[in-house]
Design a protein around this ligand. Structure first.
Ligand SMILES: Nc1ncnc2c1ncn2[C@@H]1O[C@H](COP(=O)(O)OP(=O)(O)OP(=O)(O)O)[C@@H](O)[C@H]1O
Length: 250
C-alpha cells in the first residue's frame, strides 16, 4: 500500500475508547462515564456540554490525565495514559497539555510575564520567545506583561491564564468552565481569544461549558447525559445548541 492510498484522516489530539468511570462501591456506585468513545481533532475547538452531573468534568479529567478510568482507554496523541506511572503522567500534563480553569490561579506577587513562563521555568525549560511573542500579541497582553494580577482586570487576568496555558505550545488545551466567573463582555473576549488560538495559532482546545453562547464559538459540541454521549454537533449555532438543550430536557 502506498502512502497516497492512506485516507487523509484528521489527527486526533486526544481520545477515549470504551471509557467507564464509576465512583463508590456496591449499591452506592455512581457511573460517571458509561462506555464513552470519542476523539478530539487536532487544530479544532470542541465544547463538551450536558446537565450538571452528566460526566463532563470526569471525561475531561480522565482525558487530561488528572484522573484515571475504571475501564477503557484514554490517549493523548498516541500515548495511552494507563501505560504511564503517576510521575510520567504529571510530566505529560506539564509538557504536552495546557489548562484553563474558572479560577485563574495566577500567582499574586509575580508579573503577568512571570506567571506565563512559570510552568516552563519550573520545568527548567527554555521558553520559545518567538512563540511567546505571538501568543501574547494574539491575546493582546503584550503591554501588560510587567503588571501583577491585582493590576489587571478580570478579563486581562483570564487572558494571561490562557497565555500561560498556550506558552508551552501544548498538544491540547483543556478549559473547564473558563467563562464561569466572567461577565458577558469578558466572556466574549475570552472566547474570541480561544477561537484565535485555534484559527491563528493552530492550537487544539477542548472546553467544558454550560453556556450555549460559549459553545457556539466551538467547531463542534458533544452533549453528555448520564455519562454517555447523546448528541455530536458540527458547526454549532447558539439557537441550535439551545434547541438541543431543550430537546434533551435540560
Ligand atoms: N470524587 C467523586 N466521588 C463520587 N462521585 C463523584 C466524584 N466526582 C464526580 N462524581 C459523580 O460523578 C457524576 C459526574 O460528575 P461530573 O463532575 O463529571 O459531572 P459534570 O457534568 O462535570 O457536572 P457539573 O456540570 O455539575 O460540573 C456525578 O454524579 C457526580 O456526583
Amino acid at each position: 500500500m502506498t502512502t497516497e492510498s492512506v485516507p487523509n484522516v484528521a489527527t486526533i489530539a486526544a481520545r477515549v475508547e470504551g471509557a467507564r468511570k464509576t465512583y463508590g462501591v456496591g449499591g452506592a456506585t455512581v457511573t460517571a462515564l458509561d462506555d464513552v468513545t470519542v476523539g478530539f481533532d487536532a487544530g479544532a475547538f470542541t465544547a463538551i456540554m450536558g446537565p450538571s452531573g452528566s460526566g463532563k468534568s470526569t471525561l475531561m479529567h480522565c482525558m487530561a490525565g488528572l484522573d484515571t478510568l475504571t475501564s477503557g482507554r484514554a490517549f493523548i496523541g498516541d500515548t495511552d495514559l494507563a501505560s504511564l506511572t503517576d510521575t510520567a503522567r504529571t510530566i505529560l500534563r506539564r509538557d504536552r497539555l495546557g489548562f484553563v480553569f474558572q479560577a485563574f490561579n495566577l500567582i499574586a506577587p509575580l508579573t503577568a510575564e512571570e506567571n506565563i513562563t512559570l510552568p516552563a521555568d519550573l520545568a527548567g525549560r527554555q521558553v520559545d520567545q518567538e512563540w511567546l511573542a505571538t501568543v501574547v500579541s494574539t491575546l493582546h497582553v503584550e503591554d501588560r506583561l510587567d503588571h501583577t494580577p491585582a493590576q489587571l482586570s478580570g478579563g486581562q487576568q483570564q487572558r494571561v491564564a490562557i497565555a500561560r496555558a498556550l506558552a508551552g505550545r501544548p498538544e491540547v488545551v483543556f478549559a473547564d468552565e473558563p467563562t464561569g466567573a466572567l461577565d458577558s463582555r469578558a466572556s466574549a473576549e475570552l472566547l474570541t481569544f480561544l477561537r484565535s488560538a485555534v484559527d491563528e495559532l493552530g492550537q487544539t482546545v477542548v472546553m467544558v461549558t454550560h453556556d450555549p453562547i460559549a459553545a457556539a464559538y466551538a467547531d463542534r459540541v458533544i452533549f453528555l447525559v448520564d455519562g454517555a454521549i447523546v448528541e455530536d454537533v458540527q458547526d454549532p449555532t447558539h439557537d441550535g445548541v439551545l434547541e438541543t438543550m431543550k430537546r434533551l430536557g435540560r
